[in-house]
Write a protein that binds this ligand. Structure first.
Ligand code: B1M
Length: 224
């Protein structure tokens, strides 16, 4: 296996580093940490490490997660592997040697403190080449508007897990679209539906992180 394939494999199966005992069949083998470092040391372009290594692995796990053949713990291990690999790439992001696809602002809606699903979406987006601006939980219109102002042209996503507070999304969308009528807003979270998305005038409802990525990528293709 070539090194970029090995990186993708480590992310897909959640192998963080040599010390990590998970997954059991890769015990004592190098992980994303060692392989990403080795790839960069051997002169492979950081962009190729991201796009042909880390992102391939993350995409594969996203597809499996959607198909229910893997579950949250496996995705979290993949995300952890990806983030240790990303740590080696960070200096190259700063220098501009690695280009991100675009920016994605995300937060859990006001009144709601659930963040596990939102974090998964954020990690999968990062693993797919987006710069993620994570506003955290209990985020109201003011914080979304401030982020929209600071990062013009970003995509924006909101997560909700509570039926009692998911309705707060409607007000945020009105405010964001007042500032920029072309602003694309994604919504998701267990109690949401396409019907609710249409009712609050959001642009896209995704039941899972893979849906967010696919729609975000399709918007980029339309723009280019
Ligand atoms: Co709470 N909770 N909780 N909770 N909690 C639920 C959501 C609940 C369904 C449990 C139940 O009663 N059966 C219920 C909501 C009922 C309702 O609204 N109808 C509930 C309640 C009532 C509450 C409290 C009010 C309880 C109380 O205090 N009386 C309270 C609310 C606090 C608040 O937010 N203000 C509360 C608190 C908590 C904890 C703090 C204990 C904890 C949260 C910890 C944390 O997030 N850091 C918690 C948890 C863990 C849950 C359950 C058990 C699990 C949620 C979860 O993380 N799922 C949940 C019951 C359940 O779902 N079984 C429950 C895993 C996660 C990966 O899935 O978040 O759906 P999910 O994300 C998915 C998709 O939805 C999607 O992608 C993810 C990956 O597939 N997705 C997006 C998510 N965001 C997206 C955004 C997108 C696109 C896709 O685009 C932008």
């Amino acid at each position: 296996m070539e090194i970029l394939e090995k990186i993708a494999h480590c992310v897909e199966f959640g192998k963080i580093n040599k010390k990590s005992p998970y997954p059991p069949n890769m015990r004592n083998e190098d992980g994303a940490d060692e392989y990403v470092k080795e790839a960069l040391d051997s002169g492979i372009e950081p962009n190729d490490v991201l796009k042909e290594g880390l992102m391939i692995g993350m995409n594969k796990i996203g597809v499996k997660f959607r198909a229910n053949t893997v579950f949250v713990p496996q995705v979290l291990m993949s995300a952890k592997s990806m983030s240790v690999g990303m740590a080696h790439l960070r200096p190259h992001f700063i220098s501009g040697a690695v280009q991100r696809k675009g920016k994605f602002i995300i937060g859990t809606i006001k009144g709601d403190l659930h963040d596990i699903g939102k974090n998964l979406v954020a990690m999968m987006l990062e693993g797919n080449g987006y710069e993620v601006i994570d506003l955290g939980v209990d985020v109201g219109a003011d914080k979304f508007l401030e982020a929209q102002k600071q990062h013009p042209g970003s995509l924006i996503g909101m997560s909700a897990l509570l039926t009692t507070t998911m309705t707060n999304m409607a007000e945020v969308i009105v405010e964001l679209k007042k500032v920029d009528p072309t602003q694309k807003v994604f919504v998701g979270g267990a109690p949401l539906s396409q019907e609710f998305c249409d009712k609050i005038n959001a642009d896209y409802y995704a039941p899972d992180p893979q849906g967010v990525i696919e729609y975000a990528n399709s918007l980029l293709q339309l723009a280019s």
